[in-house]
Design a protein around this ligand. Structure first.
Ligand code: HPA
Length: 246
């Protein structure tokens, strides 16, 4: 049975229902991950859980040590990664509370360490990344969302911005022209690093606000928190279905 790692984003700093067997405080050649990796049983399957922003939530998207997180998960035995991400919705279908399992991404981040291949003594590696997400994991997520009766899109383009500030309306308009359906701050370099380590990876994105300039009211943290609270039961149920079927 595949050992899945779940990287929990904002709103999912712990995995309620996880029967804990170990909390692994790992160090890596790149430093410490965001938090202890929790190993346990969830929905009858062995799972590893990591809170991307730390537990409690303390790391802004640009401060996360993505390399340490992915490296530590692999070291702990992860064979596949499901990332949970709260996002802003750009495409008209992506209203608050909607789920999306993106099939593509565009990286708008800057200044983040984005590769394990930075040593001059290593051969230059150009990893294949045309399809950044794993098709099998995506299909499993979509089947689980459907079985849970969630409103979801089985594909979408995730645009990853640098943050931590939210975008301007013009930035979102540009992203819309680029073909982005969703905007978040943590999809990269996480997705690319998983590929460098050979870990199949997919993203379960929950829309928690309309992206900047797409609603008549400013984006409020209170609204985002409300949307996160409303969506997390569905996230947990979806993850449980994927793991139970894995
Ligand atoms: N922009 C970027 N990241 C986000 C947003 C957003 O509107 N909502 C949640 N994460």
């Amino acid at each position: 049975m595949t050992v899945h790692a779940i990287i929990g984003g904002t709103g999912l700093t712990q995995l309620e229902g996880l029967t804990l067997s170990a909390a692994l405080n790992l160090d890596t050649p790149f430093g410490a991950p965001s938090a202890a990796i929790l190993r346990g049983n969830y929905a009858g399957a062995e799972v590893l859980f990591l809170a991307r922003h730390g537990h409690p939530h303390r790391l802004a998207p640009h401060r996360i040590n993505y390399r340490a997180n992915l490296w530590a998960l692999k070291e702990a035995g992860a064979e596949a990664v499901i990332a949970v991400n709260a996002v802003g919705g750009i495409h008209p279908d992506m209203g608050t509370g909607h789920f999306c399992v993106p099939h593509q991404l565009i990286d708008y981040t800057s200044g983040r360490v984005n590769t394990f291949y930075e040593d001059d003594t290593q051969a230059v590696e150009h990893i294949e990344f045309a399809d950044p997400y794993d098709a099998g994991l995506r299909a499993a997520l979509c089947a689980a969302l459907a079985a849970e009766g969630c409103a979801y899109s089985s594909q979408g383009v995730y645009g990853c911005t640098q943050g931590p500030r939210l975008e301007t309306a013009a930035e979102i308009a540009r992203m819309q022209r680029d073909g982005c359906d969703l905007v978040g701050m943590t999809g990269m370099p996480e997705t690319g690093l998983a590929r460098e380590l050979g870990l199949p990876y997919a993203c379960l994105a929950l829309v928690v606000n309309p992206a900047a300039g797409l609603s008549s009211t400013p984006i409020s943290m209170a609204d985002i928190e409300q949307a996160l609270r409303a969506g997390m039961d569905q996230v947990r149920a979806t993850l449980a279905r994927v793991l139970a079927g894995a």
